[in-house]
Design a protein around this ligand. Sequence first.
Ligand SMILES: Cc1cc2nc3c(=O)[nH]c(=O)nc-3n(C[C@H](O)[C@H](O)[C@H](O)COP(=O)(O)O)c2cc1C
Length: 398
Amino acid sequence: MYKPVNLAKDVFYVGVNDRRTHLFENMWPLERGVAYNSYLITDEKVALIDGVEIGQVERFLKKIRAVLGARPIDYLVINHMEPDHAGAIQILRELYPDMKLVGNKKTIPMIDGYFGFSDNCIEVDEGSKLELGNHTLQFFMIPMVHWPETMVTYLLEEQILFSADAFGSFGTLDGGIFDDEMDFDYFKDEMRRYYSNIVGKYGSPVRKALEKLATLDIKMIAATHGPVLRTHIAEVLDMYNRWSNYMGEEGVVIAYASMYGHTEEMAEVIAREIAEQGVRSIRMYDVSKTHPSYIISDIFKYNSLILGSPTYSNGLHPNLESLVNKLETIGIPQRNFGFFGNFTWAGAAVKRLQGFAETSGWKVVGVPVEEKHALKSSKYEACRELGRAMASVVKNGK
Ligand SMILES: Cc1cc2nc3c(=O)[nH]c(=O)nc-3n(C[C@H](O)[C@H](O)[C@H](O)COP(=O)(O)O)c2cc1C
């Protein structure tokens, strides 16, 4: 019934869209859903590359059968064992009992651990090849992008890279499957939100993977989420190069918490001064309103960050603390950093942010401002001074 979508002759897209799940990994908002991409190659042997999340298996199987009819699958290539791709393994194995699972030495113990079997598995290694007939698959390991077993599969004859979660994105494929069939700008933002929050900690493994992939001629990148890339490959590789090197463009993210508006007022003063100094890219977020994944995405985009918080139970406001914890986990090596806070009887927020600044190794810009009660003229001027200092560093590097 389904009209097959070809990436090349005998290479098919059989992925599915999920618009029902609200939170990816039960954490990251999916405003426009997510796609679980899977690919089928038909030759003397049939290979399926990655699967889908278990809840989406029905439509997935329909798409497979639309291509294969009653023909069995010979190989299931498992580039990545995360359950949003590997969840359908059990069902696929029951439907196709002779199907061999193709993974590396780290994949197979995970198959055993999750599903309780390790028979019918083929272990591949760096550079191993699997012949399907007229098509040859070659495997390259990209450990910790973003799980240890992750590998990519390269289809030599068509120069298609099946890249697992690398180059993936949130967002369903609303009709368009390929990057030139859609408004790709939306996906660039969602690709950064996906990368920064899910893969962002692993800059060094990503850089190693990019070096390895640079030796391949790539006509198409087929990731497990988001559009199939055939037009924007160079641009996306460049984006990955910048993100994995934690290079931020000129701009300031200001993220604050505020219960009664005093900390917010300080943030407004700082932002206005930065703008008056000529910085055009300023993104201001109330951490109680905006999910941290969007804020972290912008912290990856821009080279400077200012955090502000009221003191709350002798610490940071819990939502700001949560953002700081996430930043500590990711460990971005360098940003220009300013901070400020507000309190009523004994300030602790600025002290906590000072501690974060020291452990992060970031360049502290300006003098931190801490106001007691309402904003008064001396701290108003101190906020402006912090804004001026930040604008100078953003624009002039000092
Ligand atoms: C639940 C709660 C806990 C607080 N804990 C502290 C505290 O430990 N030390 C302090 O000096 N002020 C504390 N405050 C007072 C706030 O820091 C103060 O009201 C501040 O001005 C709030 O800033 P905002 O207007 O930006 O929300 C607390 C306030 C609330 C509501």
